[in-house]
Structures are given as structure tokens and as C-alpha cells.
Write a protein that binds this ligand. Sequence first.
Ligand code: AMP
Ligand code: MG
Length: 487
Amino acid sequence: MTFTFDNSYARLPERFHARLPPVAVKQPGLVKLNAALAHQLGLDAAALGTPQGLAMLAGNQVPEGADPLAMVYAGHQFGHFVPQLGDGRAILLGEIVAPSGERFDIQLKGSGRTPFSRAGDGRASLGPVLREYILSEAMHALAIPTTRSLAAVTTGEMVYRERALPGAVLTRVAQSHVRIGTFEYFLARGDSDALARLADYVIARHYPDALAAERPYLALLDAVVERQVELVVHWLGVGFIHGVMNTDNMSIAGETIDYGPCAFMDTYDPATVYSSIDHGGRYAYANQPHIAHWNLARLAQTLLPLIDADTDTAAKMAQAMIDAVPERFEHAYLKVFRAKLGLLESETDDAGLIAGFLGAMAKTGTDFTNGFRALCDAVDGSDERVRAEFSDPAAFDAWAADWRARLARERLSPAKRAARMRGANPAIIPRNHRVEAALEAAVEGDFAPFERLLEALAHPWEERPEYAAFTHPPQPHEVVRQTFCGT
Ligand code: AMP
Ligand code: MG
């Protein structure tokens, strides 16, 4: 027995999903098994690596106790409502309860056509599968909530995009795959019974504390707001740009989900966009809090009838909560960036101090990750490293005077402060040029760069000489300007 399933989502009414097994593939081949994650989930990694385990990870064999299904949802894509989306290339095998007591979805992504595939082939190609593997595991190492990757397998089949590419299946692990768009699906259909069932399900699974509140559905909204705000400010803290913050790509549990054309920024520029489909910059780096706010308003709308039977009362309460989102962002943002600057306490002009450092970086085209990391060394006055990150070091010097004056008002030894800062400013992020190079090699059959990149990303806070190359920004000819969904 490999999995011990307990499938709560499958027990929801039929209109929540379509039951079907994954579509078998020609010749499963194991690319990567995440043994550490398997262990954490209470799974037998050795069993998963056997031909029988591989058959399950490829979708060729449905494990005992699974209740495979495709989830239905809707969503606002780039601001436009699409009343029905759903898992078009994914199958939820079921849920397992880890030894920690936490419940996780086990999903195969790239598992073939479903009733929600529309024109798609239901498949994924190796590059995007490994991209999600790399980025989600990097995100986890950065201590940012995210879906995880348990395995990547090849299918022995080709998928046809702009060119023929090797097909692959990712085994994704998530707190759940319920999205803001899942709520929107039932609202659009006027199915208030399903909305109540879904909200109760989400409360029971993710936000049990809301049950004790005077208004559990308002408490649910409040809790989702909290997790979304926390998530997005942590993205900002590491220079992450999700790229497709459509409401169908926003997890109700507040995890980073659906790694498509996402990217970590190299040079700091708040307007940075990588996604090839984001022409207007809707999902640009600095716009992410505004989009999360907008998405949360879409969720609030779906909960109105549950919040209060009286429409005006419900609308007032929800609106007040949504109106407070920017303030909550401001607060959470300051917390993250204070830590990055090494500040323990809060002072009224911290926002200005943070903006000052970012502004100097923007002006001189400083690398976001390395600028902050180098700042850790400057706590005791050793400025060489951080000054070298600025094409015009005077821009740093001008700002640093205020920073030092601010640090001097807090009692903390430079060594301790620097150590804390090194826990808030990663040395290693999945740089686009490194990710692309690893994927290109993998598609040609060489998985060594992929493995080495994963190793480096597993220790983002450490500066080890053997991984020094992974801290380097791209050379001009290596710069990746655009990323693609690859769907
Ligand atoms: P995404 O933007 O990747 O989150 O996908 C949006 C919608 O398109 C979801 O409903 C996906 O299931 C669906 N989709 C993406 N790629 C495919 C594919 N290759 N085949 C079928 N459906 C897909
Ligand atoms: Mg999606």
C-alpha cells in the first residue's frame, strides 16, 4: 500500500467535479522523486520508485483508495470572467493525512483530457513540469507557502506546442486545490446551496477557527485575506512575480499555486513583467498587492448571502473588510521589508527608509537579491560588498547614512543583526537563466544541471562556495526577458 487515501472532496455533491481516471501514457519514465517530501507525507519513497509506483505517478494505474476526479471552477482571467474552467489537464487522485495530521491533495498534472479540457490536449511537456518542480520546491525552501512537487515523470509520448516536446506528468501536493474561482463558479450559476457547502468545506478543512466566530463566513473571508496578504508580501520580499494571478490561480488556502510564466526578478524594477501573455503589465511585480485585493473582492462577493441574510448588512460588512485590505498589505509589507533591512522595531518613517533603498536600487539597476544580501555585510560598516552592487555607489552612501542612524536607535549587536538579516535575505533564488539552462538540458536528456540547481535551491540562506555560481546575475547574453505558460 503506497497511499492511504481519505477523499473528502470526492464526497461533495456530484456537481463539484467530474469523476474520471487519468489517461494512461505510453512509457512512464521516472525523472525525479522527492524523497524528503514523501517522508514528510508518510509515504514510502522506495515503493513510489518501483515500476508499480511509477505507473501510479504516470496515471497508468489508479492507486487503491483513490477516487480520481477533475475539479470544476470558474475564474477571472486578466479581469474577464470565464464561467467555467476546471481541471483541464489534472486529476485529483485523492487526499492523504500526513503524520503531522495535515491533509494534502495528491494531484497529477498533465494527466490527460477531462470534460474541462476545452481545446487543450490535457497534457504537459517536460520543461514546464520541471519548471514547476524547481520553482515550487525553491519557494518551499524560502519558507513561503506553496504547493509542492512529489514527482516528475516522462510519458514516452510527445506533446505538440510550437514544436514537438517530450510529455511529462507532475505529482502536485497541496493543502487543497480549492480556488477563489471555485466559489465564483457556483455564484455564476446561482447555486447558493453549493456555495454554502463549499464554504463549510473550506472552513472545516482550512479555517476551523472561523467556526467559533460570531459570523463564520465573515471570519472565513478575514482568514483568507490574511493568508493572501501574507503570501503576496512574501513574494515581494523575494522578488517573485507570479505572472498569472487570475482568480482561478489563487488558492483559498493561501499557497502559491499554478506555476506558469512566473519568475524571480534579477535587476530591481517594480514594473517588471516576464509573462509573454501579460501585455498590459496587470500582473507586474509591484501590482501584485492590488491584484490580490481585487481578487479578494471577487471572493467576498460570493460569500455575501452567507454573511447575512440581509443584503445591505452583508455588503457593508464585506466591503469594510475589503476596504481594509490595502492597510493590511501596508502593515504586512513593512514587516517583511523591515526584516530585510535588519530593523527590529517600527518607526514612523520606515516606509520611507525602505522606499529609499529600493529607489536607489532601481535607479542604479541593482540586482534585487544581491543588493539585499550584500546589505547584511554592511551592518558593521563593511560596505565594500553592497557598494559594489550599485553602479553608482554614491546612491547607496546617501541612503546608508539614514539607515545607520536608524540602526543606532536599536540595541542589537551587528553580528546578531547581520545573522537575522541573512535569514530574511536569501543568497540563492531560482534565477531565470539558471532555470532555463536546466530545462533546456533536461529536454535534451541531461538532468545533471536540473539536479544541481535543486541542490543549490534547497539552501537559499547559505553562501556555500560550491554554489557561488548560483548567486550570479545573468550575463547580458543570458538575460531571460520573457517566460511562457507552455500550456
Ligand atoms: P492556467 O492558466 O495554466 O492555470 O490554465 C487555465 C485553464 O486552462 C485551466 O482550466 C487549465 O486546466 C486549462 N489548461 C491549461 N493547459 C491545458 C491543456 N494542455 N489541456 C487542457 N486544459 C488545459
Ligand atoms: Mg490554473
